[in-house]
Design a protein around this ligand. Structure first.
Ligand code: SF4
Ligand code: SF4
Length: 327
């Protein structure tokens, strides 16, 4: 093993985007990410040798101490030994479709929902089958889904079943929670899959204001059903996420209602974040962190502790209550 500064995505990761392949999906740090590996990818003709060669250019640079400026400030960069003679993949991110059954006011798809909901996307099953057939995937990493809404992706059940069958031990799905998925349930029961369900509220009115669909009851029914499918000794596989949107849901009453619903549904782990565009503007214009938001974030931390929730804080939330090196 050689020691140098790199990250697990550069060494062994791939992020499948709508019409190309990137190294990872991280973009909130100073360098902004977006390291393209393969342009104009449409799901066909993936040559693994070619792909590893393309990744090798980045690995070679890191080995020589040249860090891509797009990686600057990324928390994944570490100095340690890397097994760069071995060619395999163990981190995959699926982000190649944009269809969704929600219409969140903070989502990038809001600019043209109709277009994003009908945008064509390629199939990934042929690539996955080849990856496993050639034994190019190794356990120990993670497969993540973003998108778009994974549960309405035609191939979703096939992909999850294929991952489970081939020994993938860690699958993470971000879902609107509006459509219940038996494949997600199966992954939870096998303790190989965790799901993060997008709540952003504790009341029906706020749900409708944020999601612009009327699925509040359906959402919480599904949360409870997923929570109940967790094994007794592992209750951290199902989470709900609250993105604080200034002026919309940034108050203690909404947070308390959300926490109560989580308790009622048997949720033990919660995720918090703050709307990305809002935080980006704060950082770029070097504005003061708004006192009421800092107080609300600290309130959430305190209440999560009191109610014995496992609290997962995403980058923007951390930025608000700490000094964090983001763009
Ligand atoms: S260092 Fe960060 S931005 Fe760069 S490839 Fe790795 S995960 Fe992506
Ligand atoms: S659930 Fe996710 S993909 Fe769907 S509209 Fe909301 S933010 Fe966008």
């Amino acid at each position: 093993m050689r020691e140098y500064t790199s990250c697990h995505w550069i060494q062994h990761g791939l992020s499948f985007e709508n019409d190309h392949i990137e190294m990872c999906c991280l973009c909130c740090h100073k360098g902004g990410g977006r390291l393209y590996i393969k342009d104009k990818y449409n799901g066909k003709g993936l040559k693994w040798d070619e792909l590893f060669k393309l990744k090798d250019k980045f690995i070679e640079d890191n080995r020589n101490g040249i860090i891509d400026p797009r990686c600057e400030g990324c928390f994944n960069l570490v100095h340690r030994g890397w097994d760069d003679d071995e060619k395999y993949i163990n981190y995959i991110h699926f982000n190649h479709w944009t269809h969704c059954n929600s219409d969140c006011i903070y989502c990038y798809t809001k600019w043209d929902k109709k277009a994003f909901n009908s945008r064509p996307h390629y199939k990934v099953m042929p690539m996955l089958k080849e990856l496993f057939k050639k034994k190019l995937f190794r356990p120990g990493g993670e497969v993540t889904f973003a998108g778009g809404e994974p549960t309405i992706l035609n191939e979703f059940d096939d992909i999850v079943n294929c991952l489970l069958k081939n020994g993938v031990e860690r699958i993470t799905v971000h879902s609107s929670g509006i459509k219940y998925s038996k494949a997600i349930e199966k992954g939870i029961k096998e303790q190989k899959l965790s799901v993060c369900l997008s709540a952003d509220c504790g009341s029906r009115d706020t749900y409708k204001a944020v999601k612009r669909v009327d699925k509040f009851e359906k959402f919480w029914q599904n949360v409870e059903k997923y929570a109940n499918s967790q094994p007794d000794d592992n209750k951290l596989l199902v989470e709900t996420k609250f993105i604080i949107i200034p002026g919309v849901n940034d108050n203690k009453e909404e947070i308390e209602k959300w926490l109560s619903l989580n308790l009622a549904c048997g949720i033990k782990s919660i995720v918090v974040d703050i709307e990305n565009d809002y935080c980006k503007e704060l950082r770029q214009e070097n504005k003061e962190k708004p006192a009421h938001l800092v107080e609300l974030c600290n309130y959430i931390v305190k209440r999560a502790k009191e109610l014995d929730f496992n609290l997962v804080d995403y980058n923007n939330f951390r930025y608000l209550i700490t000094e964090y090196n983001l763009a």
